[in-house]
Design a protein around this ligand. Structure first.
Ligand code: SF4
Length: 293
């Protein structure tokens, strides 16, 4: 297939050979694989962008309580803090991105509508980065849709060659992959090259390599929500590094392979079973008893 790619190296080769950006190649690939028009492909992504935007807005406007009761109201707290006379530690933009990421996780944990990109547990990172940067720099919807296609290329490669599942590879695979996707999208959205986008994805995966999956009570609430806040910071920091010309010395494909190998060595207690990590603490056990009786 003319537009297909199975690795980061192949993705970059095709971009060069066909003189395309990652998102252009991705739209062509999707149309080629599904047989639908490029316009339809973009329209489907527009639906995803709108769901992401609505989730980000909802958490700031409404009082959301999660099903397990472990999270709710964090996006509002961050927003109120930013709007108060207090000084933000990490700056206004990062505060907004964190609120968007944590808020989307609140929507997810209350059974609201989100885009699981790549998973429900990491659903805050991509909107946290793309919607926030889009709003901050007055970037139009079409460019944000482009960024989501760029992100999808990274997600497709990680899914094909490793995993994006916490149960299989730990949280590094889930929130690490989401950050890698978001970071690549932000790089292209801000005018970076395909190489810079792929390097940003490498930074993200390496920054959280080894991160375990340990959801309290087996619910995708804590520490998941905090890891979405860290994940969006990872995405923005990695994008900034690459846009400044600070590339990664380990190729993306080797990083993905390393992440997968690390995931496979994690014991089952640290892969979404809620038997290890923070999920096995005394406090987490009493919370679990309280929730499930
Ligand atoms: S801790 Fe596990 S369930 Fe929670 S976000 Fe990470 S991978 Fe997903």
């Amino acid at each position: 297939m003319k537009y297909n790619f199975t690795s980061g190296a192949e993705l970059l080769e095709k971009c060069k050979e066909l003189n395309m950006t990652i998102h252009e190649l991705c739209v062509e690939r999707e149309a080629e694989l599904t047989g639908i028009s490029k316009e339809e492909v973009r329209n489907k992504m527009r639906v995803s962008l709108n769901i992401m935007k609505e989730a980000v807005e909802k958490a700031v406007k409404e009082d959301i309580k999660s099903m397990g009761g472990l999270i709710g109201g964090e996006a509002k707290k961050l927003t109120n803090f930013r709007n108060s006379s207090a000084k933000t530690v990490s700056g206004g933009l990062m505060n907004k991105a964190m609120a968007a990421a944590m808020g989307t996780m609140e929507v997810n944990a209350s059974m609201g509508l989100i885009v699981a990109a790549p998973t429900a547990g990491s659903c805050g990172i991509l909107p946290g980065a793309i919607v926030t940067i889009g709003k901050e720099y007055d970037i139009d919807d079409e460019t944000m849709i482009d960024a989501l296609f760029t992100a999808s290329a990274i997600g497709a490669i990680i899914t094909r060659n490793a995993t994006v599942s916490g149960a299989e590879g730990g949280c590094q695979a889930e929130t690490g992959a989401a950050a890698a996707m978001a970071s690549a999208g932000v790089v292209e959205m801000m005018g970076g090259s395909p190489e810079q986008a792929v390097h940003a994805a490498s930074h993200c995966l390496q920054n959280v390599m080894g991160l375990v999956c340990d959801p309290i009570a087996g619910l995708v609430e804590v520490p998941c929500q905090g890891r979405n806040a860290i994940g969006v910071a990872n995405a923005l920091i990695s994008a900034e590094l690459c846009l400044a010309g600070i590339l990664n010395i380990i190729p993306f494909d080797e990083t993905v392979e390393a992440m997968y190998k690390v995931g496979k060595t994690l014991p089952m207690e640290l892969r979404e079973t809620a038997l290890g990590g923070v999920a096995a603490t005394c406090t987490a056990c009493s919370l679990t008893n309280k929730i499930f009786g």
